[in-house]
Design a protein around this ligand. Structure first.
Ligand code: PMP
Length: 438
């Protein structure tokens, strides 16, 4: 078999980035004695984002943002740095896997299913989570229509109108949309490179007695921060002390380039944490397969809520994902995806170095799909986004991810071809320079 040399080099980079091997000049690669788990974030230049706490009733404009960007993506020749999904095509594999899965399932596809999802899929997900350090049984898993439904069900379960909830700021705008709908009162606590600012968190846990903390613990959307193990432990301790639940959204862990700490749920001895993840970022968003791990007394009410919501998730999607997992295709696909994402990330970092002015800072993400860039305060980010769109480059303005004003920022999905990355970043760089005084 012929293997592209670049692929081999990138595979070594991935293993090195994983902390599994190291290079020795002139001697080759050597296996590391112990793997180092990474957290935190690397920034390309010094930047101290605002440490302001924001209090608001929900926030963002998720509906408008989502529909506008879906609409824009239907256009030809658009470079969509704004999307939250992988671009890698798995269509050949998908067709084969889907055909096999549907043939195996046969007549069972014509039946209604359990609200918590199919047993086989729950067992396969449990096995996968155990490998990630989360000891869980299939009985504790609920399959949902994407993790968006899981977020929605959990937030509805834990919160009532006017209840206080803590989020990281910035955070996933789809979660802010749900909170707005529920009329919850939201406290946005800024993040440090290790995760949510713990001093501010404790201060607000004490003063406002929130019911829930929503956290994206690994490869946070949009900043890319991975909460450190010490912060994860502190979160559990604080939640127990102030009788607050935690909603842990782990949508991006599958796309890590390096080992990360175990989920917060793995440290939970008191059923305080509801854990959520998805196959949207690693397989296909259109399958709409997400899941939640809910333990103790919270499990059954959430299964009932799922039933009332939409009876159960598509059986067609469930059997396809089960087949991906059971056949080993998923594992192989993830490895390829991570190598390809790492290559794309490096191409984007290179393009940013070449075309972005020095005044801009950006993150060096250790996985996921996005780079988060900070712009100087006076820059008109919305205008820059509109101008970029007129050049067929779609970017997500950072504004969508803040409860309040926030700071000017852009989220850039790096999973594109080298040509598109080079072309798109060059255009954005030129637009930004127009607003910077020499
Ligand atoms: N959580 C986070 C952090 C996300 O970024 C997204 C999608 N962008 C979701 C949840 C929802 O994704 P899905 O419903 O497709 O699983």
């Amino acid at each position: 078999i012929q293997v592209n040399k670049l692929t081999v080099i990138e595979a070594y980079s991935l293993l090195e980035a994983d902390g599994l091997i190291h290079a020795r000049q002139g001697s080759g690669y050597f296996v590391n004695p112990k793997t180092t788990v990474t957290s935190g974030l690397t920034l390309r230049s010094n930047f101290s984002p605002s440490q302001e706490v924001i209090i608001s009733q929900g926030g963002g404009s998720f509906f408008e943002q989502y529909t506008t960007s879906i609409q824009a993506r239907r256009q030809q020749n658009i470079i969509e740095f704004s999307s939250g999904f992988p671009s890698t095509s798995i269509s050949d594999n998908l067709q084969r896997v889907a055909k096999r899965a549907l043939a195996k399932a046969g007549d069972t596809l014509f039946r209604e299913d359990f609200p918590q999802g199919q047993l086989l899929l729950r067992q396969l997900i449990a096995q996968m989570l155990i490998q990630q350090g989360l000891e869980v049984s299939s009985e504790e898993i609920i399959i949902t229509s994407g993790s968006q439904q899981a977020l929605s069900l959990a937030m509805q379960y834990y919160l009532r109108k006017d209840d206080w909830v803590i989020v990281e700021t910035p955070t996933y705008h789809g979660a802010l949309g749900i909170l707005k709908n529920l009329q919850a009162k939201v406290i946005g606590i800024p993040m440090t490179a290790e995760g949510i600012n713990l001093e501010l968190l404790e201060q607000y846990l004490k003063s406002h007695r929130p019911k829930l903390i929503y956290t994206i613990s690994t490869l946070h959307n949009p900043t890319g921060i991975t909460t450190s193990l010490a912060h994860r432990q502190a979160l559990i301790t604080l939640a127990r002390q102030y009788e607050c639940f935690i909603l842990e959204d782990n949508a991006y862990e599958g796309l890590k380039f390096q080992p990360v700490p175990p989920p917060i749920k793995a440290l939970d001895r008191y059923d305080l944490v509801t854990y959520i993840s998805t196959f949207s970022k690693t397989l296909m968003p259109g399958l709409r397969i997400g899941y939640m791990v809910v333990t103790g007394e919270h499990h059954q009410p959430l299964v009932k809520q799922k039933l009332l919501n939409d009876l159960h998730v598509s059986t067609v999607s469930q059997v396809i994902v089960s087949e991906f997992l059971a056949s080993g295709h998923y594992r192989r696909h993830l490895n390829r995806l991570r190598i390809s994402n790492l290559q794309s990330r490096n191409v984007m970092l290179q393009a940013l170095e070449s075309y972005f002015p020095d005044a801009i800072a950006w993150t060096i993400p250790k996985g996921g799909l996005f780079l988060w860039t900070h712009l100087p305060n006076h820059l008109p980010i919305q205008t820059i986004c509109s101008e970029a769109l007129s050049h067929n480059v779609l970017i997500a303005s950072g504004a969508a991810f803040f409860l309040g004003q926030g700071y000017p920022a852009m989220r850039l999905n790096f999973c594109h071809t080298p040509e598109d990355i080079e072309h798109g970043i060059k255009i954005i760089g030129r637009l930004i320079k127009n607003y910077l005084t020499p």
